[in-house]
Design a protein around this ligand. Structure first.
Ligand SMILES: [Zn+2]
Length: 344
C-alpha cells in the first residue's frame, strides 16, 4: 500500500510500504477514504531530526472497515467509521471517566509503534473502544465535518470545556488555525456571549466571524493584551482557548484571562516550562487542558454535525490526493492553506 512517510524536517514522501494488517484479535483494518493534515504534523515537519526509517504520518481519518480480529464486537467489515487521533479500550478507569487519551492500554496514531492514517489503510488497535460507526454513506456531503470529529472539532470543544465556557461568558481564542476556528464553533455552541479571535490571517478571520467570533484582535504581545482588555471593560475574558502551544501564545492567554478565569490549552506545548506563573497565581487563573479525549465527544457533537447546526468541515480549504500530501504540508506550513483534506 502507499503511505505518507516523514524522514525529517521538510522531508515528507509518498512511498509503498508493507500492507497494514491485523495483528491483535482486537484490531480492525480500515481502508481510509478521507484523511487530513494536522497543525501538529507541522511540528515534526519543522523540527524532526533525520531518521533512516521514518514514520507513517496521520492521525485523523474516516474509512471503511475491511476486516476485524476475532475479539472485535462493535464494528464489522463494511462499516464506515471515524477514527479518533488516539486509540483506547473504552473500558479502563480513565475511559470511564471520559479521558480516553489517558487510557491505560491506549496510544496515538502516527507514531513509531502504530502507523498513521495518511495512507491507503490503517491498523486500528482496540477497535471496539476506538472506532465510531457513522450513520452515513462513504461520500456523504457531511464527510468533511465528520472527519473533524477525529481531532480538530473535538479538540476545540475540549479547549472550551477546559476554559469553562458557558452561557453568557466572554471568551478569547488564541490562534486562528483549524483548532482555533473549531474553538470558536465550540464556544458559540456552549453559549458564549462575546468571542474574540486573536489572529491575523484574513481568510481565517473571515471564517471565524462566520463561525461566531464577535471581535478580532490582530495585534500581538502587549498590544494584543491591551486590546482584549479594552474590549472587556478592562478586566479580560472569563475563558481563554489556547490553540497554538508557543511560549508567546501561552503568555498572552494567561494575560488576557480575567481574575478567576480559566485557560484551556490544547496547543501542543513546545517548551518545558509554562510562562506567566505569577499573573496566573495572583489572578487565580485556572490553567487546564491537554490532549483532547475526542472519542468521548463524538456522541455529543455528532448530532450537531448531522443536523447542520455546526459546520466544522469548512476549515478544510484545500483537497488533494495522496500524491499531493507533501505539497499539502508545505502549503499549511507556509499558511497558504488552513487545513488540507486528503481524498482516496
Ligand atoms: Zn481505557
Amino acid at each position: 500500500m502507499r503511505a505518507t512517510i516523514i524522514y525529517g524536517a521538510g522531508d515528507v514522501r509518498i512511498e509503498t510500504v508493507a500492507d497494514a494488517r491485523l495483528i491483535e484479535p482486537t484490531d480492525a483494518l480500515v481502508a481510509v477514504t478521507r484523511a487530513c493534515i494536522c497543525g501538529s504534523d507541522l511540528w515534526p515537519y519543522k523540527t524532526m531530526e533525520h531518521s533512516d526509517t521514518g514514520r507513517v504520518m496521520g492521525h485523523e481519518a474516516i474509512g471503511i472497515v475491511e476486516s476485524v480480529g476475532a475479539d472485535v464486537r462493535t464494528t464489522k467489515a463494511g462499516d464506515l467509521v471515524v477514527m479518533p487521533f488516539a486509540y483506547s479500550d473504552g473500558s479502563c478507569v480513565f475511559c470511564h471517566e471520559g479521558l480516553h487519551t489517558s487510557c491505560v492500554h491506549g496510544g496515538f496514531f502516527g507514531t513509531v509503534e502504530v502507523a498513521g492514517a495518511q495512507a491507503e489503510a490503517v491498523r486500528v488497535p482496540l477497535a471496539d473502544g476506538t472506532l465510531f460507526v457513522l450513520p452515513v454513506g462513504r461520500d456523504d456531503a457531511l464527510t468533511a465535518s465528520l472527519l473533524t470529529l477525529s481531532d480538530v472539532m473535538g479538540t476545540g470543544h475540549h479547549a472550551a470545556l477546559a476554559a469553562r465556557v458557558g452561557p453568557g461568558k466572554t471568551v478569547a481564542v488564541v490562534g486562528d488555525g483549524a483548532v482555533g476556528l473549531c474553538g470558536v464553533i465550540a464556544a458559540r455552541r456552549l453559549g458564549a456571549e462575546q468571542i474574540i479571535i486573536l489572529g491575523r490571517h484574513a481568510d481565517r478571520i473571515a471564517l471565524a466571524r462566520e463561525f461566531g467570533a464577535t471581535e478580532v484582535v490582530s495585534e500581538r504581545g502587549d498590544e494584543a493584551i491591551e486590546r482584549v482588555r479594552e474590549l472587556t471593560g478592562g478586566f479580560g475574558v472569563h475563558s481563554v482557548l489556547e490553540c497554538v502551544g508557543l511560549e508567546q501564545s501561552m503568555l498572552t492567554a494567561i494575560s488576557i484571562a480575567r481574575p478567576g478565569g480559566a485557560v484551556g490549552r490544547v496547543g501542543v506545548p513546545q517548551d518545558e516550562t509554562m510562562p506567566a506563573s505569577q499573573p496566573a497565581f495572583y489572578n487565580n487563573v485556572t490553567v487546564s487542558g491537554g490532549p483532547a479525549p475526542v472519542r468521548a465527544y463524538i456522541e455529543e457533537l455528532l448530532p450537531d454535525v448531522l443536523e447542520g447546526r455546526i459546520e466544522p468541515g469548512r476549515v478544510f480549504d484545500r483537497v488533494t490526493n495522496l500524491d499531493g500530501v507533501p505539497d499539502g504540508y508545505r502549503a499549511m506550513n507556509e499558511r497558504e492553506a488552513i487545513k488540507v483534506l486528503i481524498e482516496f
